[in-house]
Design a protein around this ligand. Sequence first.
Ligand SMILES: Nc1ncnc2c1ncn2[C@@H]1O[C@H](COP(=O)(O)OP(=O)(O)OP(=O)(O)O)[C@@H](O)[C@H]1O
Length: 385
Amino acid sequence: MGVEVSVEGLTKSFGSQNIWRDVSLTLPMGEVSVLLGPSGTGKSVFLKSLIGLLHPEQGSVIVDGTDITKCSSRELYEIRKLFGVLFQDGALFGSMSLFDNIAFPLREHTKKKEDEIRQNVMDKIELVGLTGAENKLPGEISGGMRKRAGLARALVLDPQIILCDEPDSGLDPVRTAYLSQLLIDINAQIDATILIVTHNIQVARTVPDNIGMLFRKELVMFGPREVLLTSDEPVVEQFLNGRRIGPIGMSEEKDDAQQKREQEMVDAGHSDGGTAEDVRGIVPQLQATPGLPERKAVGRRQARVREILHTLPEPAQRAIEESFEVEDAAQENQREAYRKTQQQPVGVGSGSNSGYDETQQQSSYQGSDAQTEQFPAYRAGDKAL
Ligand SMILES: Nc1ncnc2c1ncn2[C@@H]1O[C@H](COP(=O)(O)OP(=O)(O)OP(=O)(O)O)[C@@H](O)[C@H]1O
């Protein structure tokens, strides 16, 4: 089960360069959250601050009751075991095979025997669709494969908190869709608290329970995904639609005069670079693959959000009510499909029509062959990625 991460008044600078200030948010236990923000706003710095790799000057980060900004290095070492982190570039050791890279945390942090380590590592390799590539060096595989190897390594200690820094960067849209599904399925199976940093709007719209956004050295919002997705804040609207027109510039700060000049060009018929379609608004959140347990986070989040509903903007309130209806129906389907996988098959020829379908049965997160069905293309061969 995941643990809550509570950030209060966090401020980080490098020398005289302030990155962000007074950031407060809570990653609810077992929920999936996404952090958005233009390049250079300090999203990676934020992730690194959550695991104590960087040291903010002010504020606190409470993980499982411990403030990691103030604890001893021994306590920090223990707390870090709760985390699985997928760094932006996979952060693999170039001289080690994928197998040894993925085994590294187990050899470093546990006393498991080699045959147990092998089993665990091969399970994770299969989970992310890298079977057959375990003996390759990171330099011999594609960027997308490195990313998946990094995810396998992040999962190998069965983390309670998973941090993913741009898991989709370098992946094509189809592989990104598989990765999104994989993250939701992992959440359903181990109920881990997940934070994903991404620029991918499709991921932001379909994966998380909560979304936050960093801009101009501040957290401009963080909350239920419907709040940001229905927001008419200019910065949110511009970011979601990928337009040049708005407060975000090529460098982060854009002054009023530049905004005015660009608006005049667009008014005169020049494209603003965005899609014609407005991509704000709610689309259904991804559900766990049928046959897996329901995501426990869904019910907990509904209870939590109901309590704060009256404090949210009107459009978000409406969108949340609608989301709840869709979620309730989807959860019921999920439960029903899961129940079927749990039923014992009745003897052949007994005339049973229990609906049990062995081909649908999915085993658990640990070593499931069925899990890799989420990566059929990968199973067919990893050359493509
Ligand atoms: N160790 C460091 N020392 C000094 N400056 C740093 C360090 N790490 C990051 N920075 C600076 O902090 C700022 C934010 O960097 P960060 O990588 O967190 O941005 P980001 O929002 O993740 O960007 P992107 O979306 O492009 O990955 C940048 O200006 C970067 O140069």
